[in-house]
Write a protein that binds this ligand. Structure first.
Ligand code: ADE
Length: 224
């Protein structure tokens, strides 16, 4: 898979994708990731990427021309163009699973109040939000999406089961059960007996019960 991230802060998008599993996935050739500086696609001497909004209001709006020049340069026939924006549809695990099957993703990152809507109308296939809060810029959101997608590419995670069994995987709508490791007793708290028993059926049953309890506590919306 090839992923292009277009932002005025390429270093913000690049940093989290240059470590750990993302670094290894890139080195192994499972994914090719390029972070581009949108300003490279301006033509004026001040490399201007924003301007005042028509109709008034606070803040600045990102100009369409650099986005058009950039997408026209990077686009391939199979490319899916995504805009990171708090006005996008909710990015959830199912969406990550769908995107992991694509060949080429181009992620456009907004900044300031927003992006000229002609970018959305003409260039963008999908608008994505990573949650109901507003970040200072979309590069952070793009890195989140890329991480969630790349780890699902076959071969990227050492143990395939770890992505199949986790919270939100497949049709699962429950959070994962608690995990424990050694020592068996720590600051007066012991690992639940059942996990030490080696009885796989009982462990499975305990995990299912705990998953419901945790979901009810932390994410009751998932049970509705
Ligand atoms: N840019 C700013 N906030 C965002 C969010 N929540 N999701 C995606 N892009 C964003």
């Amino acid at each position: 898979m090839r992923i292009d991230i277009v932002t005025i802060f390429p270093a913000i998008a690049e940093a989290p994708l240059a470590e750990s599993i993302m670094k290894r996935a890139r080195e192994a050739g499972a994914v090719e990731i390029h972070c581009h500086d949108l300003r490279e696609y301006t033509t004026d001497k001040h490399r201007k990427v924003d301007d005042i909004p028509y109709g008034g209001g606070p803040g600045m709006v990102m100009k369409p021309e650099p986005f058009f020049a950039c997408v026209e340069d990077l686009r391939t026939p199979e490319a899916k163009v995504i805009l990171m924006t708090p006005q996008g549809s909710a990015f959830v695990q199912r969406q990550a699973e769908n995107l992991a099957r694509e060949k080429h993703l181009i992620l456009l990152c907004g900044h300031y109040e927003g992006v000229d809507h002609r970018v959305v109308e003409e260039l963008v296939d999908l608008e994505l939000s990573i949650g109901d809060y507003v970040l200072t810029n979309g590069a952070i959101a793009a890195a989140v999406v890329v991480d969630a997608v790349v780890r699902l590419i076959p071969g990227v995670l050492g143990d395939e089961r770890s992505s199949e069994q986790e919270s939100f995987a497949g049709d699962g709508k429950l959070l994962e059960a608690p995990h424990y490791t050694r020592p068996v007793e720590f600051r007066g708290r012991t690992v639940p007996e059942v996990l030490q028993s080696g009885h796989h059926a009982k462990i499975e049953q305990w995990r299912e019960e705990q998953a419901v309890i945790r979901t009810r506590e932390n994410r009751p919306d998932l049970l509705e």
